[in-house]
Design a protein. Structure first.
Lengths: 109, 154
């Protein structure tokens, strides 16, 4: 990394439209989050929208989601409460249930 | 916004197993080492052997009964990735206790043998107790780590 470079500076941010808003990603209907390089000096904080997405998907229960992805209800509860960061495999399984990409369910900050 | 209220999350099957195993271990091994302290250095081994056999029986019965109660009261669940992650950390902690505890327990046992001027098989019995204590400490550390990690920030 070059000296004096801020590791959290945005990289690869797509150009905004004339309205100033980020363009909608075709196929997903979502506006992509600007990709910022993560500061390796700071611990990773992973949050998620699983609880909201469960409610939006016909009020799916934690047990139902757990059965679909092959874990216990307690694991789903721990993930929702940000007490446990799932493996990549489990993150993909969960996002597939909701029909979105991993970054549609999980956020890193 | 949905008014659906998620019921409180009960303990998982493996978390309950960790709890009951920890409690039974603490009770049984606590009684064993309490007996060891009561008997003292035993040059004849007899009392120590009886205590050890009784402990094994109590441990087997206690574990069998407690695990059966948990299996009946809670649906048996397959180990998932979170259980595996908790187990990895708990075994790591137990390993460090296992390799470091002889440095403390053996000198303590030998000091006790020397102070009590025991003869015959007494010192060897105490060394055996010390090594067994190391195993028990590591097992308790493993179970306690599991319990803490399952309950972390809950």
């Amino acid at each position: 990394m070059a000296k004096g470079t801020d590791p959290t500076r945005s990289v690869g941010v797509p150009e905004a439209e004339s309205t100033g808003r980020r363009p909608v990603e075709p196929g997903t209907g979502q506006r992509p989050v600007p990709h910022r390089a993560l500061d390796p000096r700071k611990p990773l904080v992973v949050t998620n929208h699983i609880r909201r997405m469960r409610f939006e998907k016909g009020e799916m229960t934690q047990q139902e989601l757990a059965d679909l992805v092959g874990v216990t209800r307690q694991t789903i509860n721990a993930i929702e409460g940000a007490k446990y960061i799932p493996t990549l495999e489990l993150a993909f399984r969960i996002s597939r249930v909701f029909g979105v990409g991993v970054e549609g369910v999980f956020e890193v900050g | 916004m949905s008014t659906h209220v998620e019921p409180s999350v009960p303990l998982s099957y493996r978390e309950k197993l960790a709890w009951v195993t920890l409690v039974v271990s603490l009770v049984v091994y606590g009684m064993y080492f309490g007996g060891v302290l009561f008997v003292g250095p035993d040059p004849q081994i007899g009392a120590t052997l009886g205590l050890f056999i009784g402990t094994v029986v109590a441990l087997v019965v206690g574990m069998a009964v407690s695990h059966a109660v948990v299996a009946v009261s809670t649906p048996v669940e397959r180990k998932d990735e979170r259980d595996a992650a908790v187990e990895l950390v708990s075994y790591r902690n137990a390993y460090w206790v296992l390799v470091s505890s002889p440095w403390f327990t053996l000198p303590a046992a030998l000091s006790w043998a020397g102070a009590s001027s025991t003869t015959g098989a007494g010192p060897f019995v105490l060394v055996g107790h010390a090594l067994f204590a190391c195993l028990v400490l590591s097992e308790v550390t493993k179970l306690a780590t599991q319990v803490v990690l399952y309950r972390r920030r809950e």
